[in-house]
Design a binder for this molecule. Structure first.
Ligand SMILES: Cc1cc2nc3c(=O)[nH]c(=O)nc-3n(C[C@H](O)[C@H](O)[C@H](O)COP(=O)(O)OP(=O)(O)OC[C@H]3O[C@@H](n4cnc5c(N)ncnc54)[C@H](O)[C@@H]3O)c2cc1C
Length: 159
């Protein structure tokens, strides 16, 4: 999926839940409007500009939309974390240069994260790396080590 919402098959576009499950319909509408612009350009002008810059994520992020960009236009990056994280920082880098960053008090898989990425800092020949790092221990494993309330009650009952 590239920045034009064009799939790997030229002339086939996709947006909305068929692409990735959305938490809010507003994001579906935004994607659909961008898709419509791209499809109209494709019909009027022919094949769209190639998107050679690949986007990779670390293990804390599932995937991104788009997954490849041209580097010639600003684009909206849409993603989710793979597990709950506190005090986290998402960084978009190309080589050793940071292009954009976003800090969040919490991030959960149910909520989509959006970032506007400016094209002027992008280089045409290097992939983009998206990382999400937390300065707090992950909530999931912490919680799972605690005994559930019903289990504690059972122990009191046994005594
Ligand atoms: C329980 C729940 C509550 C939600 N609450 C909110 C909310 O309060 N606010 C909010 O902003 N968002 C909410 N959302 C999210 C929102 O519903 C979705 O983001 C949005 O509906 C996705 O739109 P879509 O058009 O991409 O997909 P869909 O709305 O899923 O539309 C896809 C359509 O394609 C049809 N279809 C599927 N297969 C075929 C086929 N083979 N041929 C023909 N037609 C087909 C389906 O019947 C469906 O009508 C909620 C989602 C859920 C599940």
């Amino acid at each position: 999926m590239d920045e034009n919402f064009q799939t790997d098959v030229e002339g086939i576009f996709a947006a909305g839940n068929v692409l990735h499950v959305h938490d809010l319909v507003d994001f579906v509408s935004m994607e659909a409007e961008a898709l419509a612009d791209s499809a109209a350009r494709y019909i009027k002008e022919g094949p769209l500009a190639p998107c050679p810059i690949r986007i990779h994520t670390d293990k804390n992020l599932g995937h991104t939309i788009p997954q490849k960009v041209s580097g010639a236009r600003n684009f909206n990056l849409s993603m989710r974390v793979t597990h709950p994280m506190g005090n986290c920082r998402i960084a978009v880098s190309q080589g050793d240069r940071e292009i954009a960053a976003k800090e969040m008090k919490k991030a959960i898989p149910a909520e989509m994260i959006q970032m506007e990425i400016p094209c002027e800092k992008l280089e045409a020949d290097k992939p983009l790396e998206i990382t999400c790092e937390s300065r707090m221990p992950d909530k999931g494993p912490e919680r799972s080590r605690e005994k559930p309330v019903w289990d504690k009650n059972l122990e009191v009952h046994k005594q």
